[in-house]
Design a protein around this ligand. Sequence first.
Ligand code: ADP
Length: 185
Amino acid sequence: MCGAPGSGKGTQSDRIVEKYHLAHLSTGDLLRQEIATGSELGKLLDSFISKGNLVPDDVIIDILAKHIDSLDADCAGVIFDGFPRNVAQAEALEKMLAERNEATSVLLDLQVEHDELITRLLNRGKVQHRSDDNIDTIKQRLVVYEEKTRPVNDFYKNINKYQAVDGMGTMEEIFERIDSILKQF
Ligand code: ADP
């Protein structure tokens, strides 16, 4: 599940998990869990996240590999939410899965207008008090998205695994659009 910050990746992933009983791996959630422990690693991670920058690839890939290997072998599939965040991570993911005789099925690109993203993130900041949902950090996250994450779409277009999803509208409308794609798998 890909898309800009505030595009609804987490919300829609939760609904997909409910319907299809997939495992949900959100790198943002995994990072926030580590920060909540107060560990030295958590402090390092927070120094990237609270400024709106990506955490280094080796840290993310390491965290992700551990979680993939701890999944139930019978699990029907996995939603990667907020990952891959740049082309290097996409290449690492494809390699990690190939080594395990697995593969990705599709990249869903949730597309939401710029002003709507800012409105959603500022509202979330009021409710959830995330260290990165303030206007300065939001602007940096959107810059990072354009520079680093958007090219991931082309990576998946090139291997014919890209599907755009209109992310404007109600949560139900957006879920219907996603569901019509997932039914094909
Ligand atoms: P959002 O997409 O709304 O910004 P996330 O919870 O997915 O929310 O990510 C929050 C922050 O966590 C990102 O801005 C980034 O600093 C960090 N992060 C999450 N996933 C990754 C990743 N795959 N690689 C590097 N940093 C990440």
